[in-house]
Each structure stands twice: as structure tokens, then as C-alpha cells.
Design a protein around this ligand. Structure first.
Ligand SMILES: [Zn+2]
Ligand SMILES: [Zn+2]
Length: 162
């Protein structure tokens, strides 16, 4: 894995059954913390089966699919794709298809990428969406800005720190 200081330059990831594999080559000026976010909306919860969903947002140009024969897209909202493996069910990305960026689910990064300082750089987030659905004492502990809903569409309401 190529590296500069405590930030990774190139990482690999993929689904649980390894039918889908990808490489991410981060741009030199990539702001890892700014690009990382969590979501607690009901769609992300339903798809992941997890209370908090987390992505690292990257330019599409940074992503190469090394294997994608079982990669499928599901759209719960028009123009917003959720990429998953049709063989093992891993949730790989969330993408607003009108943008030239894509949010890669950090749990699908290879375990080597998630170790030590690189793991922190790749997954530390201060931008938390849909905190209106926080579960008190369980998912309301996240550091940084907690948005009531989305931080882009319509009203932006920052919740006060806990
Ligand atoms: Zn798979
Ligand atoms: Zn969501």
C-alpha cells in the first residue's frame, strides 16, 4: 500500500465473497475527514442492517473496478444508486448519479487498509446526517456536526453537541 505520512494513497476493497473488487487511488489533495460522513436515515439502516452507515466520498475518477460481474445497483430514490453484490449482499457504495463522486462504504475496504492511522484517516467523520433518527444513548455519541436531516437538500439544521 502506497502511503504519504499517515494518509493512504491507494487502497483496495471489495465485497465479502470477493466477486466485486476495486482499487481507490486518492487524489493528493483528498480531504479524508471532510469526505467522510455517516447516515442514520431509514433507507441506509434498512439496507445495511446497521444503525449507522458510513462512507468515504471520492471522485469517480479515483475508482477502478477490478472485478464487477456481480455488482448491481438498487435505487430507493430516483437517481440515487446503492451498489451491492448480488452474490453475497455486501453494500459497496451510495451514489447520487448526477454527481461525479461516489460514497464508498468504509466497511468494504480491505482489513489491511483499516489498520492503524490509515484506518482512522479513512473512517473518521465529523459530518453526520439524519441525526433526527438518533437513538438516545446508542447512536447520539458521534463527534462533529450532527445534521437533523441531509446537509444538502432543503433545510439544514445542526443539532447542538451532546
Ligand atoms: Zn460478493
Ligand atoms: Zn441515509
Amino acid at each position: 500500500m502506497a502511503t504519504v505520512d499517515d494518509k493512504p494513497l491507494t487502497i483496495h476493497g471489495g465485497c465479502l465473497c470477493e466477486s466485486v473488487r476495486y482499487t481507490i487511488a486518492f487524489p493528493p489533495d483528498h480531504d479524508f475527514t471532510k469526505a467522510c460522513s455517516t447516515c442514520q436515515c431509514s433507507q441506509c439502516r434498512k439496507q445495511t442492517g446497521s444503525l449507522i452507515f458510513r462512507v468515504q466520498n471520492i471522485p469517480l475518477s479515483a475508482l477502478t473496478w477490478d472485478a464487477d460481474s456481480t455488482l448491481r445497483r438498487y435505487r430507493a430514490s430516483e437517481g440515487r444508486a446503492r451498489g451491492f453484490c448480488s452474490a453475497c449482499g455486501s453494500f459497496l457504495f451510495w451514489q447520487d448519479e448526477s454527481y461525479d463522486s461516489i460514497g464508498m462504504t468504509v466497511g468494504c475496504f480491505d482489513k489491511d487498509a483499516l489498520r492503524g492511522a490509515h484506518g482512522r484517516a479513512l473512517t473518521y467523520a465529523e459530518r453526520h446526517l439524519w441525526c433526527d433518527a438518533e437513538i438516545e444513548g446508542v447512536t447520539d455519541h458521534l463527534p462533529g456536526d450532527r445534521y437533523k436531516f441531509d446537509d444538502e437538500d432543503g433545510e439544514v439544521v445542526l443539532l447542538s453537541p451532546k
